[in-house]
Write a protein that binds this ligand. Structure first.
Ligand code: NAP
Length: 294
């Protein structure tokens, strides 16, 4: 019988611990962590993600600031907003919600964020420090996956971990972390992508399968072996009459047919997603405590 990896429960526990720490800071009249987010444009999914992050931050007692910019904001105007947050002593860390409107160069914006405030961990300095196992902000989704594996005491040493997807924010960093000589790590990693030939050949070898493609339900039962640990990062947002919001999220994995073959599996929603938010809050707390960049 498979076990569900309950990301919502683990994220709630992490957020409760953060809330207690913030409470203590408040009692000691110390500075309360302050997170900011920039939302440029009016993408519905981005709006939901940012609101969820801000809501979670406020629930833990953080101060929060949401900066909304219109779709036609120029790259120069966005850079100016980022610079303002870099210089604002009261803001401990901030995110620029991606994707950005098409006329803005995302990489340029990411590189404008000061690494000490880059709580998404997307800046080349933070990614490079992660590669070298130096203190850094690990990007929130990979960080959340590592925390889930740790919480459920899932053995990773010597296991074959197959990652599908090589983005800078999920697939590539998680493949690096899984191979590192860390307590959750020491796996032998195969990184697959859209040009991989005969994907099933690799997925069938996976002891741990991490899917981060955004191709809904493309991992089927015949692609996984028995007792595999499946981490489904994919979240494709589709219209749905069943939910109040009018949308629902679909994972990369056909959960109903894959789960019976697994030892552990994350659901969508309620798996990796909530951990991404919890990890972002953890990074903000680290930023406020100046534990990474003194
Ligand atoms: P991305 O930048 O679009 O990257 C997708 C990756 O998957 C690419 O490397 C692509 O290969 C590969 N790929 C796509 N279709 C494939 C297929 N059929 N077979 C093999 N490889 C395939 O996406 P991302 O930003 O990493 O996000 C991936 C998914 O995770 C999305 O659904 C996103 O919404 C979700 N996500 C969820 C969270 C969360 O908190 N739960 C956080 C971040 C992202 P190429 O490189 O060759 O194009």
């Amino acid at each position: 019988m498979y076990q569900i990896i309950d990301g919502k429960k683990v994220a709630n526990e992490i957020q409760e611990n953060i809330r207690q720490e913030v409470n203590k800071l408040s009692q000691e009249r110390k500075k309360i962590p302050h997170i900011a987010a920039i939302l440029a444009g009016n993408d519905g999914a981005s709006e939901t993600y940012v609101n969820n992050k801000i809501k979670a931050a406020e629930k833990t007692g953080f101060q929060s600031t949401l900066i909304r910019l219109h779709e036609q904001t120029t790259e120069k105007q966005l850079i100016e907003e980022v610079e303002k947050l870099n210089q604002n002593q009261d803001i401990d860390g901030f995110i620029v919600q991606l994707p950005l409107p098409k006329h803005i160069n995302e990489q340029k914006i990411i590189e404008t964020i000061h690494p000490s405030k880059d709580i998404d961990g997307f800046h080349p300095i933070n990614l490079g420090r992660m590669l070298l196992n130096l203190p850094c902000y690990v990007s929130a989704t990979p960080y959340g996956i590592i925390e889930l594996l740790k919480y459920y005491q899932i053995e990773t040493t010597g296991k074959h971990c197959v990652v599908i997807g090589r983005s800078h924010i999920v697939g590539s960093p998680i493949s690096i972390l899984m191979a590192k000589n860390n307590p959750v790590g020491n796996a032998t990693v195969t990184l697959c992508h859209s040009k991989t030939k005969n994907l099933k050949h690799y997925t069938l070898q996976a002891d741990i399968l991490i899917c981060a493609t955004g191709s809904p339900h493309f991992i089927t039962a015949e692609m996984v072996k028995y007792e595999t640990v499946v981490i489904d990062v994919g979240t494709t947002r589709i219209k749905s009459k069943e939910s109040k919001s009018g949308h629902k999220l679909i994972g990369d994995v056909k959960f109903d047919e894959v789960a019976p073959k697994c030892s552990y599996i994350t659901p969508v929603p309620g798996g990796v997603g909530p951990m991404t938010i919890a990890s972002l809050l953890k990074n903000t707390l680290l930023a406020a405590k100046k534990e990474i960049y003194k």
